[in-house]
Structure formats: structure tokens, C-alpha cells
Write a protein that binds this ligand. Structure first.
Ligand code: GEK
Length: 245
């Protein structure tokens, strides 16, 4: 990703704050927005590449679900050494995929091919997968739909396949919950966002981004059949974990 237009979408007072959507305006500022809003984002992207390098199997598919502009797909492509392995990147925001396609055209193809799919991740088939990535995507699905998607992924994964999930987390303990939210806001302030930007964005994400606790994620994944699920990264209320089939 090259262009880094500054995210100032919530910098002016808005009379009415619409629910957050991944439209053209968001796409224009997305790399800057995610980098300055998600603690550890770049570290996670780099690690997804390393994990894909380890788990990608010959003659299999790696899925990037909710791919946005393709950061995780590009990281995977850079690191996959398995033969005849390709990446399917899926997002239901046409503006996101349009921009991803532009990046793809100007990038060097190293190993695996990347196929883009404009679709709801709930509607696509997952087959012959060695790696599935949900990098800050599951949190945007209605709570009631999450288990069904994860079951589909489980059944589409090959033996020894890996599911990498990154999410904003909630905490059972009220003091932890308040503290982690505060620390995240302190992170955003340190990244240059104003109190008003932080507060307006928070309102826009209400009922759109619904965090769960790590225990909820872990319990659901193991009850679906994953043999284990462990955190490999956490920075305040943002975490990434890996579930193994
Ligand atoms: C990254 N993974 O840079 N079907 C398809 N796409 C969806 C759906 C759905 N049901 N729901 C949301 N999305 C990326 C970052 S961003 C996270 C992921 C964030 C898509 C949505 O259009 C958006 O592009 C992405 O999931 C979430 O590694 O912005 O906080």
C-alpha cells in the first residue's frame, strides 16, 4: 500500500453520526485509519505472513476473509513457499476491492496468485484451505451468525490447517473493560486523533463492531472442533489468536 491519505473523517463536529460503513470515503483513508486506530496492526500483518509461511500446504488455498486493501494477502503471498498454493481474498465492500485490485496490478507477483472475490464471507464456499485469516473482520458480523461461519471454516480446513483471528476484545471484569478502553483511546490520542474524533468514531461503530471476550472466542472455537486456540498477540483490547484443526 503506497498512498497514505490522512484520516480526518470524524475531525469536524457532525450533527448526526451515521453507522460506520466501508464506503469510498473510508477506503481513501483506510491504511492511515487502521494503522492509527488498531494497536499492533503492522506487527499482526507481518506475523500473518510468517504464520502463512508455516501453515500453507502444497496444492491448497489460503483465504483472507474481509481482506480490505489486501495487507494480509500481500503478507501471505510474500511468505508462502508451498507449491501450487493460491490466495482467495474476499470482501463485500466494492470500493475496497476496487482499490485492492489497483494495488495488485502494480505489485510484483512473487509466489502465490491472489484471486479477489466481492462477496459476503457468509455466502462463499471454503474448501481445501490450509490457512484462513479473519483479521479484524469477525467483529463486524452479527453475534448470532459467527458460529455458523466458523463451522464452515472448520469444515473447509485441511487437517493441520490454521485459522488466524484478530479482534477487538471485551473483558468480563468491569474495571479491566474500562481501563482497556481508556488505554485504547490514549493510544489513538498519541496517534494524533482528537477527543472529538475518538468520540464520534466510537458512536459510529456502536452496534456495528461488537467485541467478545477471548474466553468466548476460545470456547466457541473448541466447541466447533478446533483442537486448540491460543492468543499469540495482545496490545490493550486488540488481540490475535490462532486456532488449529
Ligand atoms: C486487513 N483484514 O487490513 N463479508 C465480507 N467482508 C466483510 C463483511 C462480510 N460479511 N463484513 C465486513 N467485511 C483487513 C482489515 S477491516 C477492519 C479488515 C476494520 C469487511 C469490510 O468491508 C472491511 O473491509 C473489513 O471486513 C474489515 O488486514 O476496518 O476495523
Amino acid at each position: 500500500m503506497t498512498s497514505q491519505t490522512k484520516d480526518s473523517l470524524y475531525s469536524q463536529p457532525l450533527g448526526h453520526i451515521d453507522s460506520f460503513v466501508f464506503d469510498d470515503h473510508v477506503v481513501q483513508v483506510f491504511p492511515d485509519m487502521i494503522e492509527r486506530s488498531v494497536p499492533g496492526y503492522q506487527t499482526i500483518i507481518t506475523a500473518i505472513g510468517l504464520l502463512a509461511g508455516r501453515f500453507a500446504q502444497n496444492n491448497s488455498v489460503c483465504y483472507d476473509l474481509g481482506c480490505s486493501l489486501g495487507a494480509a494477502s500481500f503478507a501471505m503471498r510474500k511468505n508462502i513457499t508451498a507449491e501450487n498454493c493460491h490466495i482467495i481474498a474476499v470482501d463485500n465492500s466494492a470500493p475496497m476491492l476496487g482499490r485492492f485490485e489497483k494495488f495488485l496490478k502494480t505489485s510484483q507477483n512473487t509466489s502465490a496468485d491472489i484471486t479477489l472475490l466481492c462477496a459476503n464471507i457468509q455466502d462463499i464456499a471454503i474448501e481445501n484451505a490450509s490457512v484462513v485469516v479473519l483479521n479484524f473482520t469477525l467483529q463486524f458480523l452479527p453475534l448470532a451468525d459467527r458460529a455458523q461461519l466458523l463451522e464452515k471454516i472448520y469444515h473447509g480446513l485441511l487437517p493441520n490447517g490454521a485459522l488466524i483471528i484478530s479482534e477487538k476484545l471485551a473483558f468480563d471484569d468491569a474495571r479491566q473493560q474500562a481501563m482497556q478502553i481508556d488505554l485504547h483511546h490514549a493510544f489513538k490520542k498519541a496517534q494524533g486523533y482528537s477527543e472529538m474524533e475518538i468520540s464520534q468514531k466510537r458512536t459510529a461503530l456502536e452496534n456495528v463492531l461488537i467485541p467478545e471476550t477471548f474466553a468466548q472466542h476460545q470456547q466457541r472455537l473448541t466447541s466447533i472442533g478446533f483442537s486448540s486456540c491460543e492468543l499469540w498477540f495482545q496490545y490493550f483490547n486488540f488481540a490475535s489468536f490462532i486456532a488449529l484443526k
